[in-house]
Ligand binder design. Structure first.
Ligand SMILES: CCC[C@H](O)CC(=O)SCCNC(=O)CCNC(=O)[C@H](O)C(C)(C)COP(=O)([O-])OP(=O)([O-])OC[C@H]1O[C@@H](n2cnc3c(N)ncnc32)[C@H](O)[C@@H]1OP(=O)([O-])[O-]
Length: 719
């Protein structure tokens, strides 16, 4: 797991070998301890180089070991032994040096990085802190402000930035190990005292207290309840104010609290869930590893409204050549200007040239004749989309994949309008499409595995968290959102205010509560959908019967606001009031409160006190319950798929792992019991009726989430 060679006669070369990322497993740590000892005791060796195999230095501690009893030599004394060595040790950093990997490199006396390498201490994103001395050495090396930034955000820096910050001593475009060996030869015999970072004091910083206070305030605000970023600030504070040994003790104490926390479990679950969704599978048995994607060199986007523009930018930024089609000249020109602006701003941020030439604009759908894949992004209207699909089937070369960007329409129906339904998949982007991480790839019963594989690969290229899901109303994300929003409406009828509901959800960790979110996205969106479903009736009727539609409880509150022209931020009024249309600062609206009072009186409802606990249970358990239905229906392959969708697209707080992970943490029996409780109180609300899968899981002993897949299979086979 760590290989030892003597090179250039007097350099001991230690190579970490643990594919794919050379994580510091027990065997690797043992290998490092043994090989370092061997190099230091060999009188022919004058200096040592540590590198990793296959172009990656080290991805850090082995996260898979965290759940089990840790064995093998601990990291801290291992790194300490390297730092105290009496021969220079040089880290040769290629690929990544992350977490424990960078901490190992900080224990070395010198660091040489390849220009394409990336370095960072991303422990915070796993609910931890750099606890192998990283929180104590980095501030000593680069100063408190820069270390705070890196450790509390977990961001990866390029080799160039690492050089500028002083994390590495040299950057090379050539073979990093050769450069490191050459460097190691040049420093053999030099005094190592100035190179032992732990012996340095932190660079002086004026107004240390004020700095920490300011950073702590910012971190608390952005952490939204996550505890690791706060512990990271406390650890760096220890580095700045205490001698190294005491700082290490503080680092250990803080890590001990984080290591066993539910948040760390949730965040590490998210890390693996994000990778697991790439290994998609369909109910037909088609899978990621047996379905080969088609090459896509040229793509097209039809319809350049908000979504189409974002999709064009996302595609062009991957280096694809894109034909962007909009039939109206004025809209085409406006879109061109907007897309160019987005490409330019994006390129500036990433320090690259904008891919302006990668996009060709056209008013004519014939222009897409030779593309490999089309994404249709016209208005959400099934008749219009059907027409576009029929045109595309006639125009495109045989085998072109036809993707529809829709959030609600039936992908199967569209597929059935084309001669080749196997080439059709849904690609549900989220606005703004070039920014939002989530992509639902929607397959129908006739979508070919190759079409799904191609859309999934394209999503990955665009940097999206792509999740393959089955076709149903609202797919996964929006289908689960419906009961969540409905419960929020019902709570208003029963006595809550938008402020109370939003506060409960924001304290839980959502960036915005349901009503602030609804004001942002526009109340008219849901109104249009409800009208299409035949649910909206003029708001004059009163009493209980007016609130039962299509045989179930219905709240017309959203419709009534729309009838008043209150569409949210864009009209300056919605669930809240805004200074002017388009303004983002939501303020309580006395009109809304008296409107709610009048509404309750009209319908014979008596307001009661509603607490945060009820808001969370009713909104979140209703959403989770729908998640269980989705799993039972085979629309999502596993709970990880649902959780990745919610964390990356719907603002579910990552440190709570996603709705299904949260249900697992709360306890399935408890979720079931609360749903049963609310269902008894509200028998006319079908989404509070516990799903049969939830009942069956509880009856089979509530298996842990990583065993749900097996349990679901077993429970299905018993039916
Ligand atoms: C006392 C301790 C203190 C210490 O401070 C704590 C730490 O170091 S905490 C650690 C701090 N370090 C981090 O947070 C770094 C976490 N890692 C990363 O950010 C990326 O994996 C990396 C950038 C390295 C490569 O990206 P890429 O090229 O796109 O590749 P990819 O992402 O698809 O991963 C490929 C496979 O490797 C797996 N795997 C990866 N890392 C680890 C690991 N540390 N362990 C185990 N496994 C790991 C990953 O699951 C996947 O497996 P599979 O079965 O194929 O799905």
């Amino acid at each position: 797991m760590a290989e030892y060679n003597r090179v250039s006669e007097c350099v001991g070369l230690i190579t970490l070998r643990n594919p794919p990322v050379n994580a510091l497993s027990a065997a690797v740590r043992q290998g490092i301890v043994d090989t370092v000892q061997r190099a230091l005791s060999d009188p022919n060796v004058k200096s040592v180089v540590i590198c990793g195999q296959n172009g990656i230095f080290c991805g850090g501690a082995d996260i898979k070991e965290f759940g089990s009893n840790m064995t093998g030599p601990p990291l801290i004394p291992m790194i300490h032994a390297i730092e105290s060595a009496n021969k220079p040790v040089v880290a040769a950093i290629e690929g990544s040096a992350l977490g424990g990997g960078l901490e190992l490199a900080l224990g070395c006396h010198y660091r040489i990085a390849h220009s394409k390498a990336r370095l960072g201490l991303p422990e915070v994103s796993l609910g931890l802190l750099p606890a192998a001395g990283g929180s104590q050495r980095l501030p000593r090396l680069i100063g408190v402000p820069a270390a705070l930034n890196l450790i509390t955000t977990g961001r990866h820096v390029t080799a160039a930035e690492a050089l500028q910050l002083g994390i590495v001593d040299q950057v090379t475009d050539h073979n990093t190990v050769d450069a490191a060996v050459k460097f190691a030869l040049s420093v053999a015999g030099r005094s190592l005292d100035p190179r032992r970072i732990s012996t340095h004091p932190c660079p002086q910083q004026p107004d240390l207290d004020a700095l920490f206070e300011e950073v702590m305030q910012k971190v608390r605000q952005s952490a939204r309840g996550a505890i690791a970023p706060i512990a990271c600030v406390q650890a760096v504070r220890a580095a700045a104010t205490l001698p190294y040994a005491q700082g290490m003790e503080r680092e250990r104490e803080l890590m001990a609290t984080l290591f066993t926390s539910g948040q760390a479990r949730a965040l590490q679950y998210c890390f693996f869930a994000e990778r697991a969704v790439g290994r998609w599978r369909m109910p037909s048995g088609a899978r990621w590893d047996t379905s080969k994607p088609r090459p896509v060199h040229k793509a097209a986007v039809i319809g350049l409204g908000t979504m189409g523009r974002g999709i064009t930018v996302a595609l062009a930024q991957t280096g694809l050549s894109v034909i962007a089609v909009e039939t109206q000249e004025k809209q085409l020109m406006e879109a061109k200007q907007a897309i160019s602006g987005m490409l330019e701003r994006g390129a500036k941020r990433r320090g690259v040239a904008p891919a302006l030439d990668g996009v060709i604009y056209s008013q004519n759908i014939q222009a897409v004749a030779d593309v490999d894949l089309v994404i249709e992004a016209v208005f959400e209207d099934i008749a219009l989309k059907t027409k576009v699909f029929q045109q595309l089937s006639a125009v495109c070369k045989p085998g072109t994949l036809l993707c529809t960007n829709t959030s609600a329409l039936d992908v199967d129906q569209l597929a059935s309008e084309t001669p080749n339904p196997e080439l059709v998949v849904g690609m549900h982007f989220f606005a703004p499409a070039h920014v939002m991480k989530l992509l639902e790839v929607v397959y129908g019963p006739r979508s070919s595995p190759q079409a799904v594989a191609t859309a999934m690969q394209l999503g990955k290229k665009m940097g999206k968290a792509s999740v393959a899901v089955g076709n149903c109303r609202g797919f996964v994300g929006n289908r689960m959102l419906k009961p969540y929003i409905e419960e929020a409406f019902f709570l208003l009828e029963e006595g809550a205010t938008p402020e109370l509901v939003d506060q409960a959800l924001e304290e839980f960790g959502f960036p915005m509560g349901v009503f602030r979110m609804s004001d942002l996205s526009g109340l008219d969106v849901g109104w249009r959908v409800r009208k299409g479903d035949g649910l909206v009736e003029p708001g004059t009727a009163s009493g209980r019967s007016a609130r039962i539609r299509q045989g179930r409880r219905y709240s017309p509150l959203g419709d009534l606001l729309c009838e008043e022209g209150r569409f949210g931020q864009k009209t300056g009024r919605g669930w809240y009031q805004y200074d002017k249309p388009g303004s983002r600062v939501a303020r309580s609206d006395p009109w809304l409160h008296s409107f709610l009072g009048a509404y309750r009186a009209q319908h014979g409802l008596v307001a009661r006190r509603i607490d945060h606990q009820e808001v969370l249970e009713r909104c979140l358990y209703a959403l989770i319950n729908e998640g269980f239905h989705i799993l039972d229906d085979g629309i999502a392959a596993g709970p990880e798929d649902i959780d990745v969708i919610y964390v990356s697209g719907y603002g579910w707080p990552r440190h709570r792992g996603g709705p299904m992970f949260y249900a697992n943490m709360v306890g399935l029996a408890k979720v079931l019991e609360r749903l049963e409780h609310y269902q008894q109180l509200h028998p006319e609300v079908p989404h509070l009726q516990p799903s049969s899968l939830l009942r069956r899981l509880v009856a089979s002993g509530s298996p842990p989430i990583h065993k749900w897949g097996e349990a679901i299979k077993k429970l299905h086979s018993q039916l």
